[in-house]
Design a protein around this ligand. Structure first.
Ligand code: ATP
Length: 755
């Protein structure tokens, strides 16, 4: 591929600047038009419920549009395709059209089918493209351009054969990190594009080593799917699941920068509306809670609360009624046979118990003397008796997912009964008496919520009372109107009033909500598509929860089996997915590492081989010429701060992560924070220049420089220690340092050569 000389390039920049300025002019026009429409909609007040609802929809639509126009401001246009037939397209973040020329395209949305050659055309297979141009812009100014002439005869041999827009790509990869992930829309590579645009249906697994762009691909796929299947997906929404909130914050700007705001980003621990599960527990406890057998445990725990003791005595009308085990078991059997969730089946249980007790009362009173009305009275009195209610509640209590789990965790006897297939040690691991809910509790709470259902008897009765009141009120108003002979029947109908009342009552507040907002508040919401990032970390119970949220099984699953750190995490995609979709999932692979330079990958590859000799590391797309460094120190607390200060000098304004075993976050972190300005133990990646993190919190992130402290500690702190060390080493985009005491572990022996 050839590139024009610098002079020629400068001459080419002027017309490009003019065109880009014209595009921004068009964007400004659209902004102005939309602002006016929004203002107009906001001025509309009153009207019927339907008019207000239409107004809210317009307000939401114009607000979204304005947000989209602001979001695409940076790098609005980034490419141009020149075809052999003379056609020329500009490619950008959104589509822009010329209203005066029959909506001729001025800028093609990168997701449109016609933009595809920008990512896929090669010299060998040019697809009619003569030249591909990458435009680099800053604040509406064109600051550079890179051309590729797709002519098989003019291709120069390149180390990185097969890269699209190599110069622009390498420039992007060498930029300092900001603590926020950027989009890659201008430089998506062919192997990534194929995954991004693969069809909506079914489960696509994207397996790839560190830095191969899995997260980037997943997010661009979300944007692509929303563009291509807008009608289908806007209604049910798209969910992106990430491993922790630091990671979600790190990726949170990517979709807005692609003009998409309606996607729900969540960890599994945040999927239970109203609960913030921030409790901490050991990896072993989380692993037990994540096992698929816990679904049976929850079911058994629910059954265990449907009790049938030898007898229950109930005082009623100066008498004692005895319910024996047989009567209780019969009622329980009937209730269970309804196959309804526990709290709903309770109605059947209560009815059966009341009916049995009514039979006893009747026979004591002399049943033959009683007619149907007498029996109804007896049943009503029994139902209203506090003693009877208390007995029913003790035998079949109303349960919430929280009360069920709290009792299971706190009560060893209940655990013994529900966890018969678990060892004593495993049962004991779940012992807990506080309500400090953890992320691993969330799939269990979700499972419990499914099995318990809601007892909506009260809610239904309340709704019915309200409906009757509304009808009476509406009828009253109509009667008054009827008195006026010339009242226009069109003005007000009783049903209008009733509808308005009920709708206002049901919705509380009239407000337009996006699918993502509604989904976040509704545990039973099902999504049109789910994207799971760092999917290897999910437990079997977490998968069960997610699968329930996506009955269509339209999913993108992104991860790297070699990076699995969680004990309950995945060791094969088939094991994870086949229980839900059998063999109907497609494996795609990414093979090029865009993040980690070759010098660092050499070191990391030895660690990967120790995880599993058959795993192949991804190939680095670039070298930096900077070998990783290693330092042996007498004590971490005293020496690491000095080494980090030197690293700060080396990276300029770049970001540094100090990755340590969990036990060292506090001591080493404090030492660094007090000695190195701009450092933090927290997760404020944007603010701090240096962050001190455990490996779990570093998952999915990247930094200009990474200093791994105490590799032996990382290897030893978990059964998946080698995977953790591999993750830690591969977070760097430029520089790597390793600090140790004692001897360097064998898997890092390559570092000895550079020390
Ligand atoms: N086509 C591309 N153009 C520019 N940058 C890219 C491209 N693909 C990936 N990158 C960059 O490479 C880095 C790694 O990408 P990403 O975080 O998506 O990788 P990953 O496979 O999820 O990594 P890991 O499994 O280690 O978390 C990011 O900075 C991303 O922006």
């Amino acid at each position: 591929m050839s590139s024009p000389s610098d002079d020629l390039r400068l001459a080419e920049m002027e017309p490009e600047q003019e065109y880009v300025a014209m595009l921004y002019g068009r964007l400004d026009d659209l902004r102005e038009q939309t602002s006016k429409r929004l203002a107009q909609s906001l001025r509309q007040t009153g009207g019927t419920h339907q008019m207000r609802s239409e107004r809210d929809t317009s307000v939401a639509m114009y607000t979204d549009q304005l947000a989209q126009y602001s979001a695409v401001e940076n790098g609005l246009a980034f490419g141009r395709l020149d075809f052999h037939n003379g056609d020329r397209f500009y490619i950008g973040r959104i589509g822009l059209f010329d209203e005066d020329k029959e909506y001729e395209p001025l800028l093609m949305d990168w997701r449109a089918p016609a933009a595809r050659p920008f990512y896929l055309a090669t010299a060998a297979s040019p697809d009619g493209v003569r030249r591909r141009r990458h435009l680099r812009t800053r604040s509406r100014k064109v600051i550079g351009l890179d051309d590729e002439v797709l002519d098989i005869n003019s291709v120069e041999p390149s180390r990185n054969e097969g890269l699209t827009g190599e110069a622009t790509l390498l420039a992007a990869l060498n930029e300092s990190r900001t603590g926020q992930m950027s989009d890659i829309v201008a430089t998506i590579q062919a192997e990534q594009d194929i995954i991004i645009r693969s069809e909506l249906n079914g489960v696509v697994v994207v397996q790839g080593g560190p830095g191969t762009g899995k997260t980037a691909v997943a997010l661009h796929r979300a944007a692509y799917l929303l563009y291509t299947h807008r009608r289908q997906l806007a209604k049910r929404g798209v969910l992106v699941v990430g491993p922790n909130t630091t990671f979600l914050r790190y990726i949170s700007q990517v979709l807005p920068s692609l003009g998409e705001t309606g996607v729900l980003l969540s960890t599994v621990g945040e999927l239970y509306p109203g609960l913030t599960a921030t409790g901490r527990e050991s990896a072993e406890v989380a692993a037990v809670k994540g096992r698929i057998q816990m679904a049976d445990v929850i079911a058994a725990a629910v059954r265990d609360r449907q009790e049938a003791p030898a007898f229950v005595d109930i005082r009623f009308d100066n008498d004692v009624l005895r319910l024996d085990r047989r009567a209780i078991s019969d009622a329980r059997g009937r209730a269970r046979r309804t196959r309804r969730p526990h709290n709903e089946a309770r109605r059947t249980f209560a009815r059966e118990i009341v009916s049995t007790l009514a039979g006893m009362v009747a026979s004591r009173l002399g049943g033959h003397l009683l007619d149907k009305a007498d029996m109804d009275d007896i049943r009503r009195e029994l139902r209203e008796s506090d003693e009877v209610q208390a007995a029913i509640s003790s035998l079949w209590p109303v349960l919430t997912p929280f009360s069920l789990l709290s009792e299971l965790y706190a009560n060893p006897k209940r655990r013994n009964r529900a966890m018969s297939k678990f060892t004593r040690e495993e049962r004991d691991l779940l012992q807990r008496t506080t309500d400090d809910w953890t992320p691993a509790d969330v799939p269990l709470l979700d499972e419990a919520a499914e099995l318990l259902g809601e007892d909506d008897t009260e809610a239904k009765a309340r709704a019915e009372r309200q409906r009757r009141q509304a009808i009476e009120y509406a009828q009253g108003v109509l009667d008054i109107l009827d008195l006026e002979d010339d009242a226009d029947p069109e003005i007000l109908m009783a049903t209008d009033l009733m509808d308005a009342y009920r709708l206002a009552e049901r919705h509380g507040v009239d407000r337009y909500e996006t699918a993502a907002e509604r989904a976040a508040a509704d545990r039973t919401w099902t999504f049109g598509h789910i994207i799971v990032d760092e999917a290897q970390e999910l437990s079997a119970m977490a998968w069960r929860t997610l699968m329930r949220r996506c009955p269509s099984k339209s999913m993108t699953v992104v991860g790297d089996i070699a990076q699995t750190g969680d004990i309950g995490g995945a060791t094969s995609w088939d094991t994870v997915l086949s229980p839900y979709v059998q063999n109907r999932w497609r494996l795609t692979e990414l093979t090029v590492n865009y993040r980690t330079p070759a010098e660092i990958m050499e070191v990391a590859s030895d660690v990967l081989a120790s995880v599993d000799a058959s795993l192949v590391p991804p190939t680095s797309v670039r070298e930096t010429g900077v070998p990783p460094w290693v330092a042996r120190v007498p004590s971490f607390e005293s020496e690491v701060p000095g080494l980090i200060s030197a690293e700060v000098e080396a990276v300029g304004d770049g970001k540094i992560a100090v990755i340590v075993p969990a036990a060292l976050v506090q001591p080493v972190g404090s030492a660094i924070v007090s000695a190195v300005p701009g450092s933090s133990m927290g997760n404020d990646l944007e603010e701090a220049q240096v962050v001190v993190l455990g490996v779990t919190d570093a998952k999915g992130l990247e930094f200009d420089s990474v200093v791994v402290v105490d590799p032996v500690g990382i290897l030893e702190e978990s059964p998946r220690g080698a995977s953790d060390l591999y993750v830690a080493l591969t977070r760097a985009t430029q520089r790597l340092g390793v600090v140790h005491t004692g001897t360097l572990p064998d898997v890092l022996s390559r570092l000895k050569d550079v020390s």
